[in-house]
Ligand binder design. Structure first.
Ligand SMILES: *[C@@H]1O[C@H](CO)[C@@H](O)[C@H](O)[C@H]1NC(C)=O
Ligand SMILES: *[C@@H]1O[C@H](CO)[C@@H](O)[C@H](O)[C@H]1NC(C)=O
Ligand SMILES: *[C@@H]1O[C@H](CO)[C@@H](O)[C@H](O)[C@H]1NC(C)=O
Length: 540
């Protein structure tokens, strides 16, 4: 039998073991261990990549934490995604080469450089997971939520992967020497397969519904306007969000030294530094309080240039020349300006009040709103500080609550919470009671789809331009149809695997029949390369 080295063989071995010549030691316990390590790290890195992609919706949280520490806006999350993607591709490629090695019956000698890289990879992921658990706990519920959205489709993928991997398992079963390891492999394989094949009835995705039962599309609420299309909390941003068809402007209000309510999200020590040129206009001054500056002083600040410089959503390149000019010329708007725009377009206003002096600030804000002559039903009052005062003096405002208990206590009708705070059934139950449910901040299609299926009334979003174009949820599939598909997929997979098993078993028989004794285990029984089989037959 010729032992000519196909280039695929050489490359696979070269990339896995960094050894181009065939080595003699074929059986090596440590090599097998390292194969398991490669497999585990690959799975781990895939899970980590999944977590990164799912939490992408809340990338701002991470960047904001970074900003608070370094006082510089850097897109840390993107950096994290890039590193994780490189790491995951590397691990998965290594696993693919390992499987090639197994298939080609080459020794599995992992090069020490790969071992070091794997170690770094595991360390990186361990740091990441610890970081999330310590600093970003509230993000964990997003992961099971994402499984609700894509679970049905993930199952198809898992069945596909299982089918592809089954020949390797059969082969391992074949070459295993001890009876107990054969037994162990069989049990584990059957358990895993049974789990994957039979899990669909337990997947409770809200998007497994027929089209006619789909709730209406959630309305869009522009988070600080349209922050991917224009600098946040500027008039340009709100104007652009109107073009997205938002029904509510979401913003943040603070009061200046001379009691003018203005729009600015950041407060406390980072006040003004992220979104204005305060460092240039007031060199050496360190403002940490909205009442440090008068309205006239605030208006001198440029609130748009930062957007072009830091490009927080990697969207600046899509702006036209005029849009860039407009962005460059933005200043901090007053609440009054926004109310006028809202009035003109019949759009509601919802805001947080960042208020160190809750008593006076609430009164001045309410007075500003009342004197603007806006229809009070367009004002969604969120700040909980002095709710009773507001209810009494501005009975027309709609009271919005930040949690379900408070809503129930006050017999409210409008809830505004983070998207992961409510279970899907809770959303449905609240909607059945005719309570408006707004969820923040929803930027990705998968999340919007899920909440749409669950029946949310509206979502606060950074990406109104992306979500406005969706005509129906992604991943929508009727329950009956889904049942049919998963049964067909499962049956097809079982048939293919049975076929593969029989094929392998038959080849073994051919070897025996052709009298190739003594059988060298590594040469015949596990060999499934077809040309090899043909060779054996010809020899006989
Ligand atoms: C800003 O206001 C706070 C609270 O009134 C005060 O402690 C701080 O010194 C002020 N900073 C400046 C630069 O005026
Ligand atoms: C910038 O905005 C001001 C008003 O905010 C306006 O008077 C001025 O013409 C604008 N400049 C440019 C270049 O658009
Ligand atoms: C404003 O919008 C509401 C619905 O959001 C609608 O009921 C009302 O008639 C509108 N008012 C005007 C003046 O268009």
């Amino acid at each position: 039998m010729s032992q000519d080295e196909s280039c695929c063989r050489v490359y696979s071995r070269g990339l896995y073991s960094c050894r181009w010549r065939r080595s003699s030691n074929n059986r090596n316990r440590a090599a097998c261990c390292w194969f398991s390590v490669v497999t585990l790290v690959s799975l781990l890195s895939l899970c980590w990549m999944y977590i990164c992609l799912v939490t992408f919706n809340d990338q701002d949280d991470v960047n904001w934490e970074g900003f608070k520490i370094l006082k510089r806006w850097v897109n840390w999350f993107m950096l994290l995604i890039i590193i994780s993607a490189v790491l995951t591709s590397y691990c998965v490629l290594l696993l693919v080469f390992a499987l090639f090695q197994v298939a080609l019956q080459e020794p599995l000698n992992l090069h020490w450089l790969h071992k070091i890289f794997l170690f770094f990879g595991v360390t990186f992921i361990a740091f990441g997971l610890t970081g999330i658990s310590l600093k970003w706990k509230q993000e964990w519920p997003t992961v099971p939520l994402s499984l609700l959205a894509i679970g049905p489709f993930l199952q198809f993928g898992a069945v596909g992967a299982l089918t592809l991997l089954s020949p390797f398992v059969f082969r391992a079963l074949d070459t295993a020497k001890k009876q107990c390891s054969k037994f162990l492999i069989t049990v584990v394989f059957i358990a895993v397969s049974a789990f994957i094949f039979l899990c669909p009835p337990f997947i409770k995705s809200p998007c497994l519904i027929e089209k006619y039962a789909l709730p209406p599309k959630p309305k869009l609420i522009g988070h600080r306007g349209a922050p991917t299309l224009a600098p946040e909390n500027t008039m340009m941003s709100f104007n652009r969000s109107i073009a997205c068809g938002v029904t509510v402007f979401e913003t943040d209000v603070q009061l200046s030294k001379d009691r003018v309510p203005f729009l600015m999200h950041d407060h406390e020590s980072e006040f003004l530094r992220r979104t204005t040129d305060v460092k240039e206009k007031f060199p050496g001054k360190y403002f940490n309080h909205s009442s440090n500056l008068t309205w006239a002083e605030l208006q001198r600040l440029n609130a748009g240039e930062w957007f072009l410089k830091t490009d927080p959503f990697r969207s600046v390149s899509e702006l036209s020349k005029e849009e860039m000019e407009t962005a460059r010329n933005q200043s901090i708007p007053s609440l009054r300006q926004l109310l006028n725009l809202a009035k003109q377009h019949n759009i509601s206003v919802l805001f947080d009040l960042y208020s160190p002096d809750i008593e006076n600030d609430t009164e001045d804000t309410v007075n500003t709103i009342l004197s603007s002559d806006i229809d009070p039903r367009l004002v969604l009052w969120l700040p909980p500080g002095k709710r009773e005062y507001v209810k009494k003096n501005a009975p027309g405002f709609i009271q919005v609550y930040k949690d379900t208990d408070m809503l129930m206590e006050n017999n409210g009708s409008y809830l505004n919470v983070k998207y992961s705070k409510l279970k899907m059934e809770e959303i449905r139950n609240l909607r059945a009671k005719d309570i408006t449910v707004n969820l923040w901040v929803v930027n990705e299609r998968w999340l919007f789809s899920l909440l749409w299926c669950a029946g949310a009334s509206s979502v606060t979003t950074n990406s109104c331009d992306l979500l406005k174009d969706m005509d129906e949820p992604d991943w929508l599939i009727g329950l009956e149809r889904y049942r049919t598909i998963w049964i067909i997929v499962d049956v097809a997979s079982v048939l293919i695997m049975t076929g593969l098993y029989v094929f392998q078993w038959r080849k073994q028989c051919v070897c025996h029949k052709e009298g190739m004794e003594p059988l060298e285990e590594k040469e015949c029984p596990g060999e499934w390369l077809i040309h090899k089989e043909a060779e054996y037959v010809n020899l006989g």
